[in-house]
Write a protein that binds this ligand. Structure first.
Ligand SMILES: [Zn+2]
Length: 308
């Protein structure tokens, strides 16, 4: 249903090669939406803990701030850059950092020390993604890697709306986006049910003995099934995850809701439970309309006509 031919994964949040060993960035490079600028931003977010270096505020717009102001000879190297909220950035302006923080010597020392921290320390936040990448390599599929900075840079160029699906679409090398799927497959980890075979009372003593087997009438809770009910109030075809009971009266959770009390005789397997729940979601519903990166002669293709 969803053959996977290759994997594109955000292996790192920023690409350390783009920041090559303290090479000074031209002012325009990180201010005008270049790839290097996006890599620098992601690097600074990791290095400075996504907060204003001067007041510690989080979840506010953060500007790139020159610790030693450029107007006083401060360089454009990443080691002279930090993040500051807009009020701090504007108040500091061209003031020497020693003067700006003259009442906070401890903070000044901390900022100057953190500024000199080598790149590899900030890169440590990327280790989980390395483990993920290694696991993906083990699948034998071609695995292409990119940085989160590149994902954001791609997004800034296509102007696509914010959604997890479209974030995924923007990972890696991308020339343009012509269309995206109108429906996406959502795989959600649901687990394989409980391992306990008793239900405890409120004091923690085993009270109810649960059935030894999770299998009832050939079905297990979590299996993907389709029920064809010939008559009655629930007549029709219902597909989804099943909840089984030893009585043979099953419930099915479909896209539209839960249908209870379905006789097991009407139920057929689509897929045995593998620990994941599969549903589909309309992608286009959540946006007014796609924004086209590049519309050639004749205009862009209709949304959803082909996967990007
Ligand atoms: Zn601040």
């Amino acid at each position: 249903w969803a053959p996977v031919a290759a994997v594109h994964v955000e292996k790192v949040s920023f690409d350390t090669h783009a920041l090559s060993a303290g090479r000074p960035l031209e002012g325009a490079e990180y201010q005008q939406g270049t790839l290097a600028g996006y890599e620098v931003r992601e690097y600074l977010l990791a290095k400075w803990g996504r907060a204003c270096a001067y007041c510690g505020k989080q979840d506010v717009p953060l500007n790139i701030d020159h610790i030693h102001p450029r107007s006083r000879g401060g360089s454009d190297r990443v080691s002279n850059l930090t993040l500051a909220c807009i009020p701090c950035n504007q108040t500091k302006n061209a003031t020497p950092v020693q003067e700006f923080l003259k009442d906070k010597p401890a903070l000044l020392a901390e900022i100057l020390k953190q500024a000199k921290a080598p790149l590899r320390d900030a890169a440590a936040v990327n280790t989980t993604r390395w483990a993920l990448w290694q696991a993906l390599q083990a699948t034998g599929l071609p695995v292409h890697t990119a940085s989160g900075g590149r994902t954001k840079w791609n997004r800034s160029r296509t102007g696509a709306p914010k959604s997890h699906t479209l974030d995924a679409l923007h990972v890696g090398h991308l020339e343009s986006v012509t269309a995206w799927p109108s429906t996406v497959l959502v795989a959600k980890a649901t687990g394989r049910g409980t391992y306990t075979r008793t239900t405890p009372d409120r004091y923690g003593f085993p009270r109810l003995v649960r059935p030894r087997s999770k299998l009832h009438h050939g079905f297990q809770t979590g299996d993907l099934v389709r029920a064809n009910i010939p008559a009655g109030k629930k007549a029709g075809i219902h597909a989804g995850r099943v909840l089984v009971r030893s009585s043979g009266s099953f419930d099915i959770t479909t896209r539209h809701g839960r249908i209870t009390g379905i006789n097991h005789r009407h139920v057929r397997h689509l897929q045995r439970a593998d620990g994941y729940g599969y549903t589909t979601r309309k992608e286009a519903d959540r946006h007014d309309r796609p924004v086209w990166a590049r519309s050639g002669p004749g205009g862009p293709p209709a949304p959803g006509s082909s996967p990007a």
